[in-house]
Write a protein that binds this ligand. Structure first.
Ligand SMILES: Cc1cc2nc3c(=O)[nH]c(=O)nc-3n(C[C@H](O)[C@H](O)[C@H](O)COP(=O)(O)OP(=O)(O)OC[C@H]3O[C@@H](n4cnc5c(N)ncnc54)[C@H](O)[C@@H]3O)c2cc1C
Length: 469
């Protein structure tokens, strides 16, 4: 390692997040020791010893920075000199509007850049406990398959409810795509609860025929199986919705779709046969999740079946449901805005373990953790990206934007999240105006314009944040 007046920052995990974090720290002139266990101990999903190995798909998803939230985060990461994006661009393979990569070429390029960096030392070892106290600045980026010994140490430090080993994701819907001519706001029995209003849920009513058709579709739906090493994580009554449907025609009507305590504001005299409830998911109120609708159905089947629910016929999904082996902490309560564990300043988390999801999102949170830690080492105040940027909106969601529900004050309501436009703050009122000369300006056109304006605002503000305006 080249001499530097700074003592090193330790990074545990050389995946997408840890590699990006190491690069950002080293490019800021601060030495890094990167501890990666592959080479000594493998995981159930990785197949090589290469850094930043892509364990499944080779796609970084849409590269459209004008109207796609993933494309915007790509662009912001490029502006911030991301190693992951530079290597992805270099090893791109044809994939239409998506950025897909040659997975070996990509991982080899990241590995070479990290290993050749004069300020980075890679140590192949498993870290089995929390960083020792003399690692005053450290980043844990050990991902969804964090080794059991380290996971246990994290759990001991954060509390047993604060570390999850599976996610159970219910679909999340963009609020402005819900048909409020059919749905209505009401909490069951109008309960106000701590911090509620009595109108905290969006309710979708089903009559008997609609309910039966929905149950039939769930049972016939195509589901994804668990991988052998995942086990079958049916825990805490957290059954996939289609498994509940299979257990009996009435099960859902007595479970997550029960109609009790709810009166259809559009048709008060007719009692709904069943009701699907959606609960606010982010502080901005732009996203609502479908309560109790965790599922293993394939994505295509989910969109089709859930749009059968009255009021959701045009639902736009910010993310679809899932149930996976995963390891992640309850970041909204544990981490501060610069990704530090509140209980141990100087120790940061990055990547999927913070509750973001996906290659790009994990790398982006690694990028931020690396920049924050390097600033701290240099005696500077970490510069937090504005919430209007993709980086800032994802960070904000992880560290504070998510709502903890009053019905589940326990920490389970926080589920992993991809970047999507629902995480960005709304535009100033009056921003969406019909362009001159355009005859028809429909809801769909407004959505496209809204996304374009949010994307343009994000990139402008990211440039200002990075001093590149
Ligand atoms: C089976 C599976 C399939 C997936 N498919 C996709 C997909 O198709 N598209 C997508 O966008 N995302 C996918 N994901 C999510 C994806 O893995 C993550 O989003 C991304 O890899 C997370 O990046 P990360 O850096 O947080 O973790 P990782 O990339 O997993 O990196 C963590 C690193 O930490 C190391 N490590 C773990 N414990 C220790 C320890 N105690 N000491 C030292 N090193 C340690 C691991 O070996 C690993 O190299 C998938 C995840 C899984 C599990």
């Amino acid at each position: 390692m080249t001499n530097s007046s700074f003592s090193p920052i330790h990074i545990i995990g050389g995946g997408l997040a840890g590699s990006e974090a190491a690069w950002q720290v080293a490019q800021a002139g601060v030495p890094v020791i990167l501890h990666e266990m592959r080479g000594v101990r493998g995981t159930d999903a990785h197949k090589t010893d290469g850094l930043a190995e892509l364990v499944c798909s080779n796609s970084f998803r849409s590269d459209d920075a004008t109207s796609n939230a993933v494309g915007v985060i790509h662009a912001e990461m490029r502006l911030a000199n991301s190693l992951i994006m530079a290597c992805a661009d270099k090893h791109q393979v044809p994939a239409g509007g998506a950025l897909a990569v040659d997975r070996d070429g990509f991982s080899d390029a990241v590995t070479a850049a990290i290993q050749q960096h004069p300020l980075i030392t890679v140590v192949r070892e498993e870290i089995t406990g929390l960083p020792p106290e003399d690692w005053d600045l450290a980043i844990i980026a050990t991902g969804p398959l964090t080794s059991p010994a380290l996971a246990e140490a994290i759990r001991e430090r954060t509390g047993k409810d604060a570390l999850a080993f599976f996610d159970a994701i219910a679909p999340i819907v963009h609020t402005d795509s819900i048909n409020m001519d059919i749905c209505w706001y009401q909490s069951r029995y109008d309960k106000v609860g701590p911090g509620g209003t009595g109108k905290d849920y969006i309710n979708c009513p089903l009559d008997e025929a609609q309910y039966n058709a929905f149950v039939d579709a769930l049972i016939a739906g195509d589901a994804v199986g668990f991988k052998e090493w995942e086990g079958t994580p049916y825990f805490d009554g957290c059954l996939p919705i289609e498994v509940m449907a299979e257990r009996g025609r009435e099960t859902l009507r007595h479970g997550p779709m029960k109609p009790m305590g709810l009166t259809n504001a559009h048709n008060p005299t007719v009692k709904p046969y069943a009701v699907v409830q959606l609960r606010q998911d982010n502080a901005l109120g732009t996203l609502y999740n479908m309560v109790g609708f965790q599922t293993k159905l394939r994505y295509g089947a989910q969109a089709e079946i859930f749009r059968m629910i009255p009021g959701l016929e045009n639902a736009e999904f910010a993310r679809l449901g899932g149930l996976h082996r995963n390891t992640y902490i309850h970041s909204p309560t544990l981490l501060d805005q610069s990704l530090q564990l509140k209980a141990r300043p100087g120790l940061r988390f990055a990547g999927q373990i913070t509750g973001c999801e996906g290659y790009v999102e994990s790398a982006s949170i690694g990028l931020l953790a690396g920049r924050f830690a390097a600033a701290q080492r240099k005696g500077e105040t970490p510069s937090i990206p504005p919430a209007t940027t993709a980086l800032g909106s994802l960070l904000n969601h992880i560290t504070g934007g998510h709502i903890v529900s009053d019905e589940e004050p326990g920490k389970r309501s926080f589920q992993p999240m991809n970047i999507n436009f629902g995480l960005f703050p709304e535009l100033e009122p009056g921003s969406i105006v019909k362009p001159e000369g355009v005859k028809r300006f429909r809801g769909k056109d407004k959505t496209v314009m809204k996304r374009q304006l949010i994307a343009a605002r994000a990139l402008d503000e990211c440039k200002v944040w990075l001093g590149r305006a």
